[in-house]
Design a binder for this molecule. Structure first.
Ligand SMILES: Nc1nc(=O)c2c([nH]1)NC[C@@H]1CN(c3ccc(C(=O)N[C@@H](CCC(=O)O)C(=O)O)cc3)CN21
Ligand SMILES: O=c1ccn([C@H]2C[C@H](O)[C@@H](COP(=O)(O)O)O2)c(=O)[nH]1
Length: 264
């Protein structure tokens, strides 16, 4: 994960001070890319502890099409609490757009089922895309999608994934986002009978909040460990049948956690 640390350093060196919606203040750069060869280990930040339980449950929750935080709360995950309304609802966010995008004729589109089908039937297609950026629905979402489009690519029996984010909380959010999409790529590859290739991450407004600067410096003083390996213990029937217990992260060595306030 040296490239992640280099990105933090890049923002410290080249970032422009910029006000933001939350009133916290950031330093920010525009347009960056990171590449991870998934066959070389699972891309998990090791220079602080990452709460993997939150990453896995959040992804299973997206895949189930759910947009209420009840499932997350029941599983001890609190990362979405601040954005939900009094009933726990977030509006038509990721899960809804991934699984249940409403078409003009009133039918609903399951983008995840469709993309898996298209990877299996027509691997060379250049249209393996899932979008959460449903323009007509943005105003009903508690937070417009940050990771808003991803594309799969098949070559030489390997599945790669490229993700685009419009806005990136590089200290708190990005380690979660990288781990989440790397996990998703492993799951889709398993379902489609492919090996894993690369995960490519692209960010638009890539920022460090002004109240994360000390935490970032602490992290940059630390030496990263070797990456862990992901083991998926069985092959479920479909992409929608994975359970929390199916995943094991072998040899996850990490430095101590670093607390930071989340900008709301
Ligand atoms: N400002 C901001 N940053 C984000 O990363 C973010 C949002 N807002 N809003 C929506 C979601 C929620 N996400 C979050 C929210 C909180 C943490 C967080 O506090 N992480 C801590 C504790 C992890 C835990 O207990 O599970 C960390 O140390 O990583 C991470 C991602 C990602 N997104
Ligand atoms: O998965 C996520 C979700 C959110 N973020 C960050 C990026 C920004 O810091 C905030 C969203 O604020 P906007 O004003 O809507 O851009 O949340 C993230 O990094 N990853």
């Amino acid at each position: 994960m040296r490239n992640y640390l280099e990105l933090l350093q890049d923002i410290l060196e080249h970032g422009t001070p910029k006000e933001d919606r939350t009133g916290t203040g950031t330093i920010s750069v525009f347009g960056r890319q990171l590449r991870f060869d998934l066959s070389q280990g699972f891309p998990l930040v090791t220079t602080k502890r990452i709460h993997l339980k939150s990453v896995v449950h959040e992804l299973l929750w997206f895949l189930s099409g759910d947009t209420n935080i009840r499932y997350l709360k029941e599983n001890g995950v609190s990362i979405w609490d601040e954005w939900a309304d009094e009933n726990g609802d977030l509006g038509p966010v990721y899960g809804s757009q991934w699984r249940n995008w409403e078409a003009p004729d009133g039918t609903h589109i399951d983008q995840i089922a469709n993309v898996i089908e298209s990877i299996k039937r027509n691997p060379d297609s250049r249209r393996h895309i899932v979008s959460a950026w449903n323009v007509a629905e943005i105003e009903n979402m508690k937070l417009p999608p940050c990771h808003f489009v991803f594309q799969f690519y098949v070559a030489g029996g390997k599945l790669s994934c490229m993700l685009t984010m419009r806005s990136v909380d590089t200290f708190l959010g990005l380690p979660f986002n990288i781990a989440s999409y790397a996990l998703l790529t492993h799951m889709v590859a398993q379902q489609c009978g492919l090996e894993v290739g690369e995960f490519i991450w692209s960010g638009g407004d890539v920022h460090i909040y002004s109240n994360h600067l000390e935490q970032v410096k602490t992290q940059l003083e630390r030496e990263p460990f070797e990456l862990p390996q992901l083991v998926i213990k069985r092959k479920p029937e479909s992409i929608f049948d994975y359970k929390f217990e199916d995943f094991e992260f072998v040899n996850y060595q990490h430095h101590p956690g670093i607390k930071a306030p989340v900008a709301i």
